[in-house]
Ligand binder design. Structure first.
Ligand SMILES: [Zn+2]
Length: 414
């Protein structure tokens, strides 16, 4: 018997549809920001799915949810799987959700069919994966690996000035017990996450499964450029310190540097704040939000160094003051070659064509990689669209992803 054949397409489809109603906005998207009523309602629904599946559920004091299926050995390290159910503002119904529901379905069919497994299996829902409410992402998994401090809890605030600590408390958890949230690496065997690709490679290659071999990670920084505001009519061109013109030149440099490095290197200027932002005033100040990613730390650091050099040159030539502030720096990771082998051989057994793939987006798995072996299974995203109401993956692809996940978990936990 193949455990993959026990996975229920109907059940997953119904659960996705039910979950999508929570936080549904008038504009056709879904908004479930962490520690809000809607996000907690989604987590509660998922908890009920875990219980229906026969899993023992528990929360940690950060608000992460777990559903456990005990193995033959209580000593053997746990095989973890899962994702998240929080969303961006007006996001889609699949990001995080398919990895969450796929994990529960996999554990359910393993239990219902009495598949023997030595290792305990755990489905997890990490809280606050999207960097929207607290402007920093993958917080639940960061706390679970112990990469989080009490001061982070107070420092991170939402737009209404509510701290993360306060938000956690309001949901009935105790953020002061951060130490209890931390998982012991010795007690975890591995972490596997099923996720939508959020890019167009699988769709372009017409493949149902991507086996992630590396995850790119971002360095995010804020660049403040200070020039001199002036009258757009009265200030001659040769007497200006236009902060926006420096910003424009820097943005093009970032593009050029990323293209020159090639391969997986990407550079994005996604935020621009122009001050005073008036049609007849030379911009006196510009703030840029810059995101640079690559799959090796060395190449990413080299790109950042080159960008910094260009910023300084351009600022000096234009007589502009430039201040660079690093917001976050994450290290890219390679997934476990053994898990890559298990996922790809499982695809072969199930007759599913696959390819190795780089994850350009980062996930909770990126944190988990700091304490355990990780693997990721990708399924196609229509048009590569994600973090938008148009986000879509077909139920057939989701079903195949869940089938692969179930087989992989059986192998990892046996
Ligand atoms: Zn996600």
């Amino acid at each position: 018997m193949k455990i993959a054949d026990k996975v229920s397409k109907n059940r997953i489809e119904n659960q996705i549809k039910t979950l999508a109603q929570i936080g549904a906005t008038g504009e056709g998207g879904i908004t479930r920001l962490p520690y809000t009523k809607d996000e907690r309602a989604a987590v509660a629904l998922v908890k009920s799915y875990m219980e229906e599946a026969g899993l023992q559920t528990f929360f940690d004091q950060f608000g992460n949810l777990f559903g456990k299926l005990e193995g033959k050995s209580t000593e053997a390290p746990v095989v973890m799987t899962g994702s998240h159910v929080d969303t961006v503002i007006n996001g889609g119904a699949f990001d995080g959700v398919i990895g969450t529901l796929g994990a529960i379905e996999a554990l359910r069919v393993i239990r219902e069919n009495n598949i023997p497994h030595v290792h305990t299996l755990e489905a997890c829902v990490f809280v606050s994966e999207e960097p929207v409410r607290f402007r920093a992402g993958t917080l639940g998994s960061k706390a679970a690996i112990g990469d989080f401090t009490q001061s982070d809890l107070d420092r991170l605030k939402d737009k209404d000035n509510i701290s993360l600590a306060q938000a956690i408390k309001e949901c009935g958890f105790n953020p002061e017990q951060l130490e209890s949230v931390r998982r012991d690496p010795a007690k975890i065997k591995c972490f596997v996450e099923l996720h939508i690709e959020q890019s167009i490679i699988l769709e372009t290659k017409k493949l149902p499964i991507g086996v992630v071999d590396q995850i790119a990670a971002p360095t995010n920084f804020r660049l403040t450029l200070k020039g001199k505001a002036g009258h757009a009519g009265a200030t001659p061109m040769n007497m200006r310190n236009d902060a926006f013109m420096a910003a424009a030149e820097i943005a093009l440099e970032i593009e050029r540097i990323a293209i020159t490095i090639g391969k997986e290197a990407v550079g994005t200027v996604g935020e621009v704040k122009v001050i005073p932002n008036a049609i007849n005033v030379i911009p006196g100040e510009v703030i840029l939000g810059i995101d640079v990613r690559d799959v090796t730390s060395k190449r990413k650091d080299e790109a950042i160094a080159e960008i910094e050099k260009s910023i300084n040159n351009i600022a000096a030539r234009r007589n502009i003051e430039a201040v660079i502030e690093i917001i976050q720096k994450q290290e890219p990771v390679k997934t476990s070659p053994q898990i890559v082998d298990i996922i790809s051989s499982t695809c072969n057994e199930l007759g599913l064509p696959w390819c190795n793939i780089t994850s350009g987006a980062y996930h909770d798995a990126l944190n988990m990689a700091k304490i355990t072996d990780i693997g990721m299974i990708f399924i196609p995203s229509a048009g590569g669209i994600s973090h938008a109401k148009e986000e879509f993956s077909s139920i057939d692809d989701i079903y195949q992803g869940a089938r692969v996940l179930a087989e992989v978990l059986v192998k990892l936990a046996s």
